[in-house]
Design a protein around this ligand. Structure first.
Ligand code: BMA
Length: 926
C-alpha cells in the first residue's frame, strides 16, 4: 500500500507574531530616555571581532592581555606539546615542580598509548597564573569585570590573592566584578581541581539514590562519574574517543570596564506574522551600573530592506533586557534563508544603535536572516501515530546529514579552518543538516556562523548523554545558568532549527539500561522530568520561542509528552525519531532497518586510512591484532563485528604479510561501512512518500557520525584531519538531490526516483547490466519520460530479477551487476548507482584489473585520468597525507576510462600527487 503526499509549497507561517503597532517591546524595562557609553579604545578589542563598533567614550572592553591563558591553555599537555614552551608565566602542579611536564612536551598526546600514559596529568590539580598590567586608568571606571567565556571546569579564581569565585561548569560564562580588586599590576590565578577527583567527590557526596552509570566500560579506558560534572561528557572517554579530562581556560578571558551601562547579550530572531509580514525580535541584555534608570533611543537599521525603526527605552539599574519588535518594510522583498540544496543563505546587514543620555552610543553590527521552522507532528492518513518532519519557510524538507562530535579532545586545537573544512565537507556531500550531539560541547560561535553561511541546519542537543543525572539544587542552578547562557549566545543563528534536551536518556530509562530495580524507577523518572522538562525546557521556551524543543533523542515527540515525558518505547517507528544499530545482521538487507519517521542515528564502524593511522603509530602497530589496534578500538567487539560484516560479502584479507593484511583490512572496513550506510540511507530516502503497513513517511536521515576526535576506528565518515573516508564519497552520492535507488523485494527489482528538487522533472532512466567479466554491457535499457516528483520518492521501474536476467542473456545473479542513473534536460543528471545481485565474494568472472592514472593540473584542481582493463569494484584513489578530496571515490568502474578531479586543500603538485597515489580495487585484496 502506498500513500502519496501532497506537500503545500511555501505556506503557512511557523510563528504567530503580531508585529503591528509594536513600536517598543520591553521586558522588565520602562520606556524613557537615556545615558552614556563607550567601549573598546584599547588594543585586543574583542568588540570589533564580535561585530560591535568600538564606541565613543567611557568604557574599556578588551581581551585580557593574559590572552596566552585563553588561547593556549586548554590542557597543559596539548599546548606544551604543540608549542614546546610554556605559553604562560607559570603553570604549577600541586605539590610538584614543573619538571615532569618536560617528559611529555614533545610528544603528541594522540601518539600510540599516550592517552593512558598521560592520565596522571588529569589526576593532578593545576594552576594557571600570571602577572599583568592594567591597560587603562582604573579610577575612570564605575565597574570592571573579569570575564571568562569558558573555564574547563572546576576552579577557584583569584585576583591579587582575593578569591573572586569558583567555577564548576564548562558551559557557563563567568563574570567577576573586580572593581575593588583590580590594581595597576595584578596577579591572576586559576586554581584547578582535577575533574576526575571532583566528579568522584560529587558522586560520593550525593545523597539518596545512586546515579548510574558509575564508570564507562573497561574497553574505553576512561574515567568514572562523568555525569556528576558539567563538562564535555566524552572527555572521560567514549566508544569512539580517548579519555583526556582536560583542565584549562578553553575560551577567551577579558576585562570589561564601563560606566553607566554595558551590553551583555544581543540577539535577533525572525518571526513571520499572520499578517504575512516578517518582523524581527531584537533582544538586548544590559548591565546598568547607574543607580538611576538610563533613558535613550534604540535605532535598528537594515538598509537593504529599507527598514529603519527607532524605539525609546529606559534601562533600569541592574541586569535586564529590552526587546524590540522591528517590522520589516512591507514593500521590501525579503529573501529567506534556505538550507543547502534548497536555495540561498541570504543574510542582511543590520546596525543597531543605542543612543543613550549624554549622547554616547553603542553601535552593534550584525547579520540577520529570515526563516521559519516548524516541527510537524500530525496524524498521517493510513498510519497510526504522528508525523515527525521539519518545514522550513513552510516547505517540508527531507533532512540529510550526520551527527557532529567534538573535533578534538583539545578544543584549543580546533581552529576556524578545522571547522570550515569539516562543515564544508558536509555540505559538499549534499548534506543539509547535522546534529550537534549531546555528549560533546556547545560549539564555538564560528561553527554556527559557518553553518549559517553554507546552509547546514543544526539539531542542537543540550549536553547530556547516555546517562542519568543528579538534580540537587546546586547542580540544577548550574544547569539553568548554562542553558540560558547558551540559548542567548546561539539563538540568532538561523542554522539552529531545534533544541533537544539530551541524547538517549529517555531511552536509557525506558529500556532500563542501568538495571534499576522496578520499584525504584519512579524517582529516576522524577529526576528526568525535573531536569529536562521543569528546568531546561522551561528556560528554553522562555528564552527562545522561535524554534521547537524536544526533550530527548530518540523520542516519540508529542507521544512521549502524552505519556508523561517518557515513552514506553521511544524507538517506536510511528512517532518521533529513532536511533538504530545492528551489527549482527546483513547490512545489505534493507528489510532489517526500521521504517521510521526520522532516523537521527544509525551507523557502522570502519578504520581510518593508513596515512592517518601512521601518524600516531609505529611499524610494530601495523597489524590487525597488534596491541595498538586493540587499544584504539573503544567499542566492545568492534573489530570482530567489522570483520563479520565484511565476511558476509567479501573475502577476508589473508595476506601473510601483516602490514599488507592491515591495509587490506582498513580498505575493506571502509568499503563495507560505505556500502552498509548507503543501503540504509537509501532505504530511508525511498521511504519518504509511502506508508507500508502503517510505517513510513521517513523525513530524515542523519547517520552516526560525521567526524572523528582522534585517529581510531569509529563510525565517522571524515577522519581526524578531515580526510574523506569512502563513506563520505558514498554520502555525496546517496544524498544527491536527484537519485535513483534500487532495492529488491520478493525477487522483484524496484527502482525509485528520489528527489529533493522543488519541481517535478521528466527524466530518462538508464539501466545497464554488465557481466563482471566484461567492460561492455550485456544489455541496456532506457525508460524515457519518467516523472520524478518534486521532493518525493516515487517508484519508476519494476521487474522480476529472473525476467531481467533472462532478457540479458547468460546473466546470473553472481555473474552480472546492475547500474543505473537518471538523465534529464539542461544537464540534470543523477549520480550512477549500482545494485549487486549477489555478495561480491560469490561474484563470477571478476578479473584482477590493471588500474593506471595520469595526473594533470587545471587551474586550482588536478585531474586524474584513470584507466582500467576490467570491471573494477570499489576503485579507490588515495594520495596519503596530501590534503584534499576527490570528486568521486570508491566507485564501481564499468568503463575503461574515468576522469576524477582532486581538490587540494593545501598547495601540492602533479609530481607529489603522482608519487603518492595508490590505486586499489577489490581484487587487490589478498
Ligand atoms: C549512539 C550515540 C553515541 C555512540 C554511538 C555509537 O547511540 O549516541 O553515544 O557513540 O551510538 O555507539
Amino acid at each position: 500500500m502506498q500513500a502519496g503526499r501532497d506537500w503545500p509549497l511555501f505556506g503557512a507561517a511557523a510563528q504567530p507574531c503580531s508585529c503591528a503597532g509594536a513600536a517598543t517591546g520591553l521586558a522588565g524595562w520602562d520606556l524613557g530616555t537615556s545615558t552614556v557609553t563607550r567601549e573598546g579604545t584599547l588594543p585586543f578589542c574583542s568588540l570589533t571581532r564580535h561585530g560591535t563598533l568600538p564606541v565613543c567614550s567611557p568604557a574599556w572592553h578588551g581581551t585580557l592581555p593574559v590572552c596566552s591563558l585563553t588561547r593556549h591553555g586548554t590542557l597543559p599537555v596539548c599546548s606544551l606539546a604543540r608549542h614546546g614552551t610554556l605559553p604562560f608565566c607559570s603553570l604549577t602542579r600541586e605539590g610538584a615542580f614543573l619538571l615532569p611536564l618536560c617528559e611529555v612536551i614533545n610528544t603528541d598526546p594522540y601518539y600510540r598509548f599516550n592517552d593512558v600514559a598521560y592520565r596522571w596529568i588529569s589526576l593532578d590539580n593545576w594552576t594557571y597564573s600570571r602577572t599583568f598590567k592594567t591597560p587603562f586608568d582604573i579610577k575612570k571606571w564605575q565597574k570592571v569585570n573579569l570575564v571568562f567565556e569558558g573555564v574547563d571546569t572546576v576552579a577557584q579564581i583569584l585576583l591579587n590573592n582575593v578569591t573572586l569565585g569558583r567555577t564548576d561548569n564548562m558551559f557557563n560564562r563567568y563574570s567577576f566584578d573586580i572593581t575593588s580588586v583590580i590594581q595597576e599590576v595584578n596577579f591572576v590565578e586559576v586554581r584547578f581541581l582535577s575533574a576526575i577527583s571532583y566528579a568522584a567527590e560529587q558522586s560520593r557526596c550525593h545523597k539518596g539514590h545512586s546515579i548510574p552509570p558509575v564508570c564507562p566500560p573497561p574497553v574505553q579506558k576512561g574515567e568514572c562519574h562523568v555525569n556528576f560534572i558539567r563538562k564535555e561528557q566524552c572527555s572521560f572517554s567514549w566508544d569512539w574517543g580517548p579519555s583526556f579530562p582536560t583542565q584549562g581556560i578553553w575560551k577567551d578571558v577579558r576585562i570589561e570596564a564601563y560606566n553607566h551601562y554595558h551590553l551583555i547579550y544581543f540577539s535577533t530572531t525572525p518571526l513571520f506574522g499572520n499578517t504575512q509580514q516578517w518582523c524581527l525580535e531584537v533582544e538586548s541584555i544590559f548591565d546598568v551600573v547607574s543607580s538611576k534608570p538610563i533613558a535613550g533611543l534604540v535605532t535598528v537599521n537594515i538598509p537593504k530592506l529599507q527598514t529603519q525603526q527607532t524605539f525609546s527605552v529606559k534601562l533600569q539599574p541592574g541586569e535586564g533586557s529590552i526587546v524590540q519588535l522591528v517590522n520589516i518594510n512591507k514593500s521590501a522583498t525579503v529573501e529567506p534563508w534556505w538550507p543547502n540544496g534548497h536555495g540561498k543563505q541570504t543574510g542582511y546587514n543590520m546596525t543597531t544603535t543605542f543612543t543613550m543620555e549624554a549622547g554616547c552610543q553603542i553601535e552593534k553590527f550584525s547579520k540577520v536572516y529570515f526563516r521559519t521552522v516548524e516541527l510537524v507532528q500530525e496524524p498521517i492518513p493510513g498510519s497510526p501515530g504522528l508525523s515527525f518532519y521539519f518545514k522550513i519557510n513552510g516547505r517540508p524538507i527531507f533532512i540529510k546529514g550526520s551527527n557532529w562530535i567534538p573535533a578534538d579532545s583539545f578544543q584549543d586545537r580546533v581552529t576556524y579552518d578545522t571547522l570550515r573544512l569539516l562543515l564544508k565537507s558536509a555540505a559538499d556531500a549534499n548534506m543539509n543538516a547535522l546534529r550537534v550531539w549531546g555528549g560533546g560541547v556547545y560549539e564555538q560561535d564560528e561553527f554556527y556562523d559557518i553553518c549559517d553561511e553554507i546552509g547546514i541546519m543544526i539539531w542542537q542537543d543540550f549536553m547530556f548523554a547516555c546517562a542519568l543525572y543528579p538534580t540537587d539544587q546546586n547542580y540544577l542552578e548550574s544547569v539553568r545558568a548554562e542553558v540560558s547562557h547558551q540559548v542567548r549566545r546561539l539563538k540568532s543563528h538561523p542554522s539552529i532549527i531545534l533544541w533537544s534536551g539530551n541524547n538517549e536518556n529517555e531511552a536509557a530509562i525506558a529500556s532500563n539500561w542501568f538495571s534499576i530495580p522496578y520499584p525504584d524507577i519512579g524517582v529516576y523518572i522524577e529526576d528526568y522530568v525535573t531536569l529536562y522538562v521543569k528546568n531546561i525546557r522551561e528556560i528554553v521556551l522562555c528564552e527562545d520561542k522561535s524554534r521547537p524543543f524536544v526533550v530527548s533523542s530518540p523520542t516519540n515527540g508529542l507521544e512521549s509528552v502524552k505519556e508523561g515525558w517518557l515513552s514506553r518505547d521511544p524507538y517506536d517507528t510511528h512517532y518521533g525519531d529513532t536511533h538504530f544499530y545492528d551489527y549482527s545482521n546483513d547490512c545489505w538487507n534493507w528489510t532489517m532497518y526500521p521504517k521510521t519517521r526520522f532516523a537521527s542515528e544509525y551507523g557502522f564502524q570502519s578504520w581510518p586510512s593508513f596515512s592517518t593511522i601512521e601518524k600516531v603509530s609505529s611499524p610494530e602497530d601495523w597489524s590487525c591484532t597488534s596491541n595498538f589496534s586493540l587499544h584504539r578500538q573503544h567499542h566492545e567487539g568492534g573489530n570482530i563485528q567489522m570483520l563479520q560484516e565484511i565476511g558476509r560479502h567479501f573475502k577476508l584479507p589473508q595476506c601473510p604479510d601483516p602490514v599488507k593484511q592491515f591495509k587490506d583490512m582498513i580498505y575493506l572496513t571502509q568499503v563495507m561501512q560505505a556500502q552498509c550506510i548507503k543501503t540504509e540511507t537509501e532505504f530511508y530516502r525511498f521511504s519518504q512518500s509511502e506508508i507500508i503497513n502503517g510505517e513510513g513517511h521517513t523525513m530524515g536521515a542523519l547517520y552516526w557520525q560525521l567526524n572523528d576526535i582522534w585517529q581510531a576506528p569509529s563510525w565517522a565518515s571524515l577522519e581526524y584531519g578531515g580526510k574523506w573516508k569512502l563513506l563520505h564519497y558514498f554520502a555525496q552520492n546517496f544524498f544527491a538531490p536527484l537519485l535513483p535507488v534500487a532495492y529488491e523485494d520478493k525477487g522483484v527489482l524496484h527502482i525509485y526516483g528520489v528527489s529533493d528538487l522543488h519541481e517535478d522533472h521528466k527524466v530518462t532512466l538508464r539501466v545497464s547490466v554488465h557481466a563482471w567479466s566484461s567492460l561492455e554491457p550485456v544489455c541496456t535499457l532506457a525508460k524515457e519520460g519518467v516523472t520524478v516528483k518534486a521532493q518525493s520518492a516515487v517508484p519508476i521501474y519494476k521487474e522480476s530479477i529472473c525476467d531481467l536476467l533472462e532478457r540479458c542473456r547468460n546473466c546470473t545473479r553472481t555473474s552480472c551487476v546492475i547500474t543505473f542513473c537518471l538523465v534529464g534536460e539542461d544537464g540534470l543528471q543523477s549520480p550512477r548507482n549500482h545494485y549487486f545481485l549477489s555478495s561480491l565474494k560469490d561474484a563470477v568472472g571478476l578479473e584482477k584489473t590493471q588500474l593506471s592514472a595520469s595526473v594533470s593540473q587545471q587551474d586550482d584542481i588536478y585531474i586524474f585520468a584513470l584507466q582500467t582493463t576490467a570491471i573494477a569494484p570499489f576503485v579507490t584513489l588515495d594520495v596519503g597525507s596530501i590534503k584534499g578530496r576527490f570528486s568521486d571515490n570508491g566507485f564501481l568502474m564499468t568503463e575503461k576510462k574515468k576522469m576524477v578531479a582532486f581538490y587540494p586543500w593545501e598547495p601540492t603538485s602533479v609530481e607529489e600527487l603522482e608519487s603518492s597515489l595508490i590505486l586499489t580495487s577489490l581484487l587487490d585484496v589478498v
